[in-house]
Design a protein around this ligand. Sequence first.
Ligand SMILES: Cc1cc2nc3c(=O)[nH]c(=O)nc-3n(C[C@H](O)[C@H](O)[C@H](O)COP(=O)(O)O)c2cc1C
Ligand code: SF4
Length: 424
Amino acid sequence: MLTNPLTKNIGPQNHATDIVRYQDNGGYRGWRKALDMAPEDIVKLVQDGGLRGRGGAGFNTGLKWSFVPRGKNSPPVKYLVCNADEMEPGTFKDRLLMERDPHLLIEGMAISAYAIEARTAYIFIRGEYHVAAARLEQAIAEAREQGLLGSNILGSDYSLDIYLHRSAGNYICGEETALLNALEGRRAVPRAKPPFPQVSGLWGKPTVVNNVETFCNIPHLIEMGPDWYRSLGRGDDAGSKLFGVSGKVRNPGTWELPMGTPVREIIEHHAGGMQDGLQLKGFLPGGGSTDFLGPEHLDLPMDYDVIGRAGSRLGTGTIIVLDDHTCPVGLVLNLSQFFARESCGWCTPCRDGLPWIVKILQRIENGEGLPEDLDLLREQAQRMGPGNTFCALAPGAAEPLQSALKLFEQDFIDHIRKGCCPYQ
Ligand SMILES: Cc1cc2nc3c(=O)[nH]c(=O)nc-3n(C[C@H](O)[C@H](O)[C@H](O)COP(=O)(O)O)c2cc1C
Ligand code: SF4
């Protein structure tokens, strides 16, 4: 039974960047099958498969598609957008898929566009991803040549064009509504929701935005069916996922594993465990904007709701490991500097709060912290929490900070008491 649908074409030798190899390996079978199905049946199949969006929030993909108005009275123009911005700290999974198997993404997007009745689709790609952009452009051209994209695809009455758009930069461009503004050539600031993009998105038309990895799940889900897809997961969630590990482990990287794989197995088996002489002190389970969990959470399965109940988020599924020789204050300072630099400046708690947090963390790390700084940091983190800002950047930035203040409070106190960073 196929257990690695996302990476079956990816190996040291046999990666399928060209369409001949991709098709020899079964590529575009899902697309051919989809074209014989009714769009609403595809939406239902994807919903039944239980695929949850891999961009961070984990929303059911088929359910999201079902919000797009359809039928005679619906707007005739709809758009599909692939979010390939991938700027989350510690996250490097979408790049692998786009560089090593670009046709999988094109096939997944074609099926998805057909399902929501869109005839134009965009890939919004991080500006620095030059190799991925070149391979995707080649893949789009090859698919057009073979009649798999363009007008009257494979003799049907369905037509689809996919365009690649390189981002001019900034983490906020990955937030789906800021992304839509950027695509329209406007300043990349988030839009108010509702209306959600499925109803009013790109140029005011119904639009679905999904992550690269989400789309890459679609071809095999269509070909093999929802029961097969659900059976890939080891726990509550369906399918497989690219999990990653960075930090001071022996073998950092990214691997396709069943949803629900325990954190311990990912870190100790796939990432080879901690480097010699180091102990795991904590980890961010899903990229830089998630809450720290501790060694007591190592046996948790990587499922969205399980990690949520433990007080963090599965996010992008790319784990950042903190070891006992690395300063947690320094790590949080580093992340906060990133988020402060990337704030779009639209709302006050984020625009002004993040630089203030950086200033306080910097003085603590320099050994110049004050005892009252910890309460000040807690208060600031709370002010950036959900509901207080226009988008999720600021609440995400607050997550590593607020959890570090709980889990590693003694480290913060030691910095202030000793007047220096004890890790230096
Ligand atoms: C600041 C910020 C940055 C984001 N960056 C990305 C990104 O690079 N890629 C991505 O797929 N989603 C990103 N997201 C989430 C998107 O807004 C959106 O939820 C996602 O693209 C939906 O796709 P999915 O349903 O397939 O997960 C980001 C969200 C925020 C708040
Ligand atoms: S939270 Fe930050 S990034 Fe999001 S809209 Fe407000 S200022 Fe911009």
